[in-house]
Design a protein around this ligand. Structure first.
Ligand code: DAH
Length: 344
């Protein structure tokens, strides 16, 4: 019996030694240390031994059981640590790896430009006019007549204006200037408003022209408003928008709703006035139209031109965005090419 126990002990220790993982250990425990184990079977047989042999073999059997148990415990601990290390290693996170790129939408460059221009004027105390005072579907009255356009003005021609079938005088507006009239009809001076929005013109599309584009209209009406106020406001606008004070030029022009009228140029931001392709060798870039509100326009909306004066201006958003970002084709704003849009 002693010999049998020694064999069991040797076999068990050998198996423990060769155990690779916790499953092997569980199998060994079941075979040698459980109630149904070989060792337990031997212990059950002790009762058949003589009284002299019984304590000796019994003590030896306990010794063998302890030895196996100790070996199993040590191996179990080693395997546990090994398996834990393997698991930690396999789940290791490399915190130096660059993050995964999550594609995010961006604000369209035209919207960004509108927001930027609007916030410059808000900084000077202008407020955005109410939406209902800036409709895209307009009547000829607001787009032309109330703005002092003569009845036979060429802009009213079918070539320029999109007419609708709703009624003969209902059109898509060709300029945001109608917002001036809507605003002055519903609000009394002092007024200091801007009105951004879409305008439509029936023209052939090219790198410089699209039949949908955006304008920002401005209007100031109060007592003692002069051309100096107009110059001050627009010079300050160009300084902030183009990032530095640069020379501007107020050129005599004509608009039916302003007198005097001007077109405002800024020194070419590409060549700084030397002359290049962008400014057609002139050294200047036209950025907006403006002028003092014509007394006829004020009269038409019931504002006394002997008491109040005002100035107005209108700028093309696409043009300003193209100049600032050196974009050479207006159609890029409308093609929705992600490679273009991503850059803003
Ligand atoms: N509405 C003009 C255009 O589309 C631009 C403009 C010129 C607006 C002079 C104004 C202004 O308010 O005073 O060409």
């Amino acid at each position: 019996m002693q010999k049998q126990l020694e064999e069991i002990c040797a076999k068990a220790l050998n198996e423990v030694e060769n155990a690779q993982n916790s499953a092997d250990i569980d199998a060994i425990k079941l075979e040698y240390l459980s109630r149904k184990s070989v060792l337990n079977n031997i212990k059950k047989g002790l009762k058949d031994l003589t009284p002299e042999q019984r304590p000796i073999v019994g003590a030896f059997a306990n010794e063998v059981a302890q030895k196996i148990e100790q070996a199993v415990n040590e191996k179990e601990q080693a395997i546990y640590e090994k398996e834990l290390n393997e698991k930690l290693e396999s789940e290791r996170i490399d915190i130096t790896l660059p993050g995964r790129n999550i594609p995010m939408g961006k604000i369209h460059p035209l919207t960004q430009t509108v927001d930027e221009i609007v916030s410059i004027f808000q900084g000077m105390g202008f407020t955005i006019t109410d939406n209902e005072n800036s409709p895209e579907v307009e009547t000829e009255y607001y787009n032309f007549d109330a703005l002092n356009f003569p009845k036979d003005h060429p802009a009213k021609d079918m070539q320029d204006t999109f007419y609708t079938k709703v009624a003969p005088n209902v059109i898509l507006r060709g300029q945001t200037s109608g917002a001036q009239i809507h605003t002055m009809e519903t609000k009394k001076p002092p007024l200091r408003i801007i009105s951004p929005g879409r305008v439509y013109r029936c023209e052939s599309v090219s790198a410089r022209k699209n039949n949908l584009f955006h304008q920002i209209e401005g209007l100031v009406v109060d007592k003692n408003i002069t051309f100096a106020d107009l110059k001050g406001v627009l010079n300050e606008f160009t300084r902030i928008y183009f990032g530095e004070a640069r020379p501007t030029r107020f050129r005599t022009s004509f608009f039916p709703f302003t007198e005097p009228s001007a077109e405002i140029d800024v020194q070419c931001i590409m060549c700084k006035g030397k002359g290049c392709k962008v400014c057609s060798q002139t050294g200047w870039l036209e950025i907006l139209g403006a002028g003092m509100v014509d007394p006829n326009v004020l009269k038409g909306v019931g504002i006394d031109p002997d008491v109040y004066t005002g100035f107005a201006f209108g700028m093309g958003v696409e043009r300003l965005a193209m100049l600032k970002h050196a974009i050479c084709d207006i159609r890029m704003f409308f093609n929705n090419d992600i490679r273009f849009l991503e850059q803003f």
